[in-house]
Design a protein around this ligand. Sequence first.
Ligand SMILES: [Zn+2]
Length: 89
Amino acid sequence: MMADGGQGTFRRTQSAEYTVRILLECGCWTRARCHPMSDHVRLGCTSGQAHGYRKQWVQSEENGAVNINRTYAARQEALKTEEEKEETA
Ligand SMILES: [Zn+2]
């Protein structure tokens, strides 16, 4: 352990560069340096549960700022509506 010698102006965080958390469609979170470039970007699941390497992202967060994948959300909403239709038919 390093003692604080009074020169604590340089603060290290655990993963200084990977400040963006990204929620994938499988429900796992992964980390990245920046937000996904577009709604259509696919990312690998890093949970080690063999969920796959081409997952759609659901939302990304950085410092509490949340960025929603609206394309994904819209598709989920459409699927839900589709199911409701089938139930009532
Ligand atoms: Zn996963």
